[in-house]
Design a protein around this ligand. Structure first.
Ligand code: SF4
Ligand code: SF4
Length: 88
C-alpha cells in the first residue's frame, strides 16, 4: 500500500488511515517574509516537521501544521503571527 503522507496513524478496527494533522488547527501561523532573518529556529522547533527549507527560505506546510504556535513563540524576529482559521 502506498501513502502520499509520511504521517500515518492506525485508527479504529478497519485498518490504517492517513491523518493530516492540519485538520485539527484552529489558528494558523503566518510568516512575515520581510521580518524573517532565515535563522531556521522555527524549522528546528516545529514538533511535526511542518516547516520546510526551500532555496534558503522557510515555508509552512499547512497540511500537517497543527497550529500549536511553538514556531511563533520561538521566532526571535517575531516574524510569525498566529491568526484564526477562516470560518472560526
Ligand atoms: S524563526 Fe523566525 S526569523 Fe527564524 S527562520 Fe523562522 S520565521 Fe524566520
Ligand atoms: S504552529 Fe506548530 S505545527 Fe504549525 S508550523 Fe508552527 S510549530 Fe509547526
Amino acid at each position: 500500500m502506498k501513502f502520499k503522507s509520511k504521517y500515518i496513524v492506525p485508527i479504529g478496527c478497519e485498518g490504517i488511515y492517513q491523518l493530516n494533522t492540519g485538520d485539527w488547527r484552529t489558528r494558523r501561523p503566518v510568516m512575515d517574509k520581510e521580518k524573517c532573518s532565515r535563522c531556521g529556529i522555527c524549522f528546528l522547533y516545529c514538533p511535526v516537521f511542518s516547516i520546510e527549507k526551500k532555496g534558503g527560505a522557510f515555508e509552512i506546510n499547512y497540511d500537517y501544521c497543527k497550529g500549536c504556535a511553538i514556531c511563533a513563540y520561538e521566532c526571535p524576529e517575531k516574524a510569525i503571527n498566529m491568526v484564526p482559521e477562516e470560518g472560526e
